[in-house]
Design a protein around this ligand. Sequence first.
Ligand SMILES: [Zn+2]
Length: 133
Amino acid sequence: MRILQDENFEILKSTVTSFPELIESNIVNHCEKLGVIDGEPECFGLTVHQAALDFDEDVEQLMLESLGYSNFTVKGFEAFKKLVFLGDGDCPHCGGDLETEMEGGKMYQHDHDSEPYHTGTEVHRCTNCNEYV
Ligand SMILES: [Zn+2]
């Protein structure tokens, strides 16, 4: 799992003074250890807040445990709650796996042994959220 690199992640990073480059792995590792996230598609796209609620974990506690110190600003905490978990796939929306589909055009196959070929355009669809990317 990874964390969406959005404005909230940037805010959190700017409030953290030591090892900001470890924020993502620290949060993901800690949440995986607790079982708040498990790498299954159900947790793709969940915010830290939602994931913690589903698991009955205290978000503040979670933040302190994953980042390891206690002088967070309110702004940093608000940003932490809104962080979004993504899967390890290529979908920019949820981190799901992408599937290649052909759109338009026609499919040709000369005989049974040859590979079919397609004159359409390749499009990529996420197998988890169904978005085209
Ligand atoms: Zn997706």
